[in-house]
Design a protein around this ligand. Structure first.
Ligand code: UDX
Length: 439
């Protein structure tokens, strides 16, 4: 087959590893760089530091094309395109912390055969700033491409291979062309058939904005349906029926209309805040985004009111949380609703037991004072109330009669509307969903 362009990937976190393994799968040699020597050593041994279905297999399938090193020089020697996938965590102000990105920029030599390809989510204007730095430092031959990432945790391998769209923002030079060529197999109809993605080739600032605006819009959709759910509770409507009726309008679409205990994760809370800050820094007050954030914070805490409705005071009550990760099929605890809930419930005097099939190890670093149970059944044993926080399949499949038998009380709060209320009630439990007025 045709020789594929070798690439460098700087940062072997979640986005970096999936991108590296994905391009290796398409046939490129990939030089993965990280400053964390321990991580690089583990990757060399084939250990994958994150839980992501299918990633370990994709890495091992392409082992001979994946090269791991702490030395950025290796990537510069072997590749023209250096994908940047380092963290841009939020600072206290909500602005993105660009120190890792800036360190990569500073480490680049003067060169007219290299380009940085930004995968990390950065504020709009970052590309322009980096190009300015390159000029100031006499590295103006260095090219820059914005190529934002839309992977979802838990389905990242499939998302890489079957993107809805690939966004490439550049100055119309060789580097943008080369990035498009790399993605070509995922864009052409013969590779993916109906699943092939669309290419959006545009300027750098617009590409940067596509990422932030997409995540902010999806977060807005979730906060919107959560508010509809809250009104459903007051009016006797069932948000599941409402969302179905809304989603069939193809201008609205059925996705991201699941009401629940709020959104979490490494992207939505961060990116909504980052876009709000970005707007604010340029003098524009982005009113909608304030509400999206506030609704989400209130939504996480509404579970407290639901528990009090059934249990009265929570002092001394035993409450089991099923699921800790911010969503199923990941061990990621960042901005997970379980963090807020476990802390609030303990502050209200409740005793908490928790269970998550995968995220326990991560959760133990962040949650204190709770009992980590060995199974869902262990967690619910003796509980006055159970809250389903993350909709893992194994919780959907629970034997509710067995759960009811093990519990001390009967209250079940389905924080993700993931269960069949009829089944749960038949088991003798009191079902309380989110926005299910009459269900
Ligand atoms: C998101 C974006 O989807 C992805 O394109 C981007 O690259 C990174 O951020 P991710 O954080 O992995 O991906 O999770 P996602 O599946 O989008 O869910 C985010 C949060 O929203 C989760 O906490 C989830 O439980 C919640 N959610 C999602 C809802 O509460 N309701 C919904 O209808 C959908």
């Amino acid at each position: 087959s045709m020789q594929r362009e070798p690439i460098g990937v700087i940062g072997t976190g979640y986005v970096g590893l999936v991108t590296a393994a994905g391009f290796a799968e398409l046939g490129s040699d990939v030089y993965c760089i990280d400053i964390d020597a321990d991580k690089i050593a583990r990757l060399e041994r084939g250990e994958i530091p994150i839980y992501e279905p299918g990633l370990e297999e994709m890495v091992s399938r392409n082992r001979e094309r994946l090269h791991f090193s702490t030395d950025i020089g290796t990537a510069l020697d072997k590749a023209r395109l250096l994908f940047v996938a380092v963290g841009t965590p939020p600072t206290y102000s909500g602005d993105a912390d660009l120190s890792a990105v800036n360190a990569v920029v500073a480490a680049m030599p003067a060169s007219d055969r290299h380009a940085l390809v930004m995968k990390s989510t950065v504020p709009v204007g970052t590309g322009r700033n980096i190009k300015r730095v390159f000029v100031e430092q006499g590295k103006d031959g260095f090219r820059y491409v914005s190529c934002p990432e839309f992977l979802k945790e838990g389905t990242a391998v499939g998302d890489f291979l079957h993107p809805d769209r690939v966004v490439v923002g550049d100055d119309g030079d060789w580097a943008g062309d080369a990035v498009v060529d790399l993605y070509r197999p995922l864009l052409s109809a013969e590779h993916g058939g109906e699943e092939a993605g669309e290419l959006v080739r545009t300027d750098i600032a617009s590409a940067e904005m596509v990422k932030l605006a997409s995540n902010a819009f999806l977060a807005t959709k979730i906060s919107f349906i959560n508010e509809i759910a809250n009104v459903c509770e007051e009016t006797g409507a069932d948000v599941i029926e409402v969302a179905k009726g809304m989603g069939l309008d193809d201008r609205i679409g059925p996705k991201f209309l699941q009401a629940g205990v709020g959104f979490g994760g490494s992207c939505f809370p961060k990116d909504v805040n980052a876009l709000k800050q970005l707007a604010g820094n340029s003098g524009y007050h982005f009113q909608l985004l304030n509400a999206v954030i506030e609704v989400n914070e209130l939504q996480k805490r509404r579970v407290m009111g639901k528990l009090e409705k059934h249990l009265g005071s929570l002092i001394g009550k035993r409450i089991a949380l099923l699921g800790l990760a911010f969503k199923p099929n990941t061990d990621d605890m960042r901005e997970a609703t379980s963090l807020v809930l476990s802390a609030r419930l303990q502050a209200a005097g409740a005793h908490i037991s928790v269970y998550d099939p995968i995220a326990e190890e991560e959760a133990r670093k962040l949650i204190q004072g709770v009992r980590f149970a060995d199974s869902a059944l262990d967690a619910v044993t003796g509980a006055d109330a159970v809250v389903l926080v993350t909709e893992w399949q194994e919780f959907r499949d629970l034997d509710w009669a067995q759960v009811a038998e093990a519990m001390a009380g009967t209250t079940l709060v389905d924080g993700r509307n993931a269960l069949d209320p009829g089944l749960v009630r038949d088991a003798g439990l009191t079902y309380e969903g989110i926005g299910r007025g009459t269900a």
